[in-house]
Design a protein around this ligand. Structure first.
Ligand SMILES: [Zn+2]
Length: 260
């Protein structure tokens, strides 16, 4: 897949956010996992990413000796969390949903839905339970700027996996509606580039899913039975590297059609 030019490792988004991209590109991670350094005087490190010293040193350079209030996670998938232990040792206590901490089998302080972490300088980071990609998924809103960290719920390009049965289409659509209602000014995803036209992009994500569900329904009505037949009818000629991800998400569409 042509993803265009490889972006730089470190990208600033205004005064209070820096993205540090890990070198773990792939079919699901796009150009690599984004670790975010959030705040000005007191920081949160969001999704430390894979175990990779070069990446952690880059994050350290952005931190530049400023105090770190917490290392937070959007969800427990390894490409976001494999460096959890190193991050806790280097920077601060782990904070995530109780479910994410339990999946990681790590000590930390659970973050409740809606809970805020004060960052100093009038900034705060709010946790938002947003299941759909996975059941434990949390997005984070930087206030008052309304910059939204979308983890794997919304990617910078393409569409995310709905990891059936942990993820669900119904939960995903509800989470998208919750994000839209926040009127974010900027989306910063776990993979891919920043999205500036946030409301239109969230609407497009919703429309895309609804269209996919309709396509799966039509494929079944026209006789497709096996997952492979449905995949071919819905996605056409997909590279083999994407088959498994497509079929996991197809199972989520089928479950959604079953229950609606
Ligand atoms: Zn994920």
């Amino acid at each position: 897949m042509n993803r265009g030019p490889i972006p730089p490792h470190v990208v600033r988004h205004g005064a209070a956010v820096t993205a540090v991209r890990a070198d773990n590109p792939g079919a699901l991670t796009l150009t690599g996992t984004q670790t975010y350094v959030i705040g000005t005087s007191r920081l949160v490190i969001l999704d430390p990413g894979p175990r990779d010293d070069t990446h952690l040193v880059r994050v350290d350079r952005v931190i530049g000796g400023r105090p770190v209030a917490a290392v937070c996670f959007t969800h427990a998938h390894r490409d976001h969390t494999a460096a959890a232990q190193e991050a806790a040792a280097r920077w601060a206590k782990l904070r995530a949903s109780a479910e994410t901490l339990s999946r990681l089998e790590r000590e930390g302080r659970p973050l409740a839905d809606g809970e805020k972490i004060a960052l100093g300088g009038g900034l705060q980071l709010r946790a938002l339970a947003t299941p759909g990609h996975s059941a434990d998924h949390v997005c984070y809103l930087l206030e008052p700027d309304r910059i939204l960290f979308t983890g794997d719920l919304v990617l910078g390009e393409g569409s995310t996996m709905i990891v059936h049965p942990d993820g669900s289409v119904r939960a995903y659509l509800e989470s998208l509606a919750r994000l839209t209602a926040l009127r974010p000014t900027l989306l910063l995803p776990g993979h891919g580039s920043a999205v500036e036209r946030a409301p239109a992009y969230l609407d497009a994500c919703r429309a895309h899913r609804i269209e996919r569900v309709a396509q799966v329904s039509r494929a079944r009505k026209s006789g497709a039975r096996s997952l492979q037949q449905i995949r071919e009818a819905v996605y056409g000629d997909l590279p083999a590297s994407h088959h498994q991800a497509a079929e996991v998400t197809l199972r989520a569409y089928l479950a959604y059609l079953e229950e609606s």
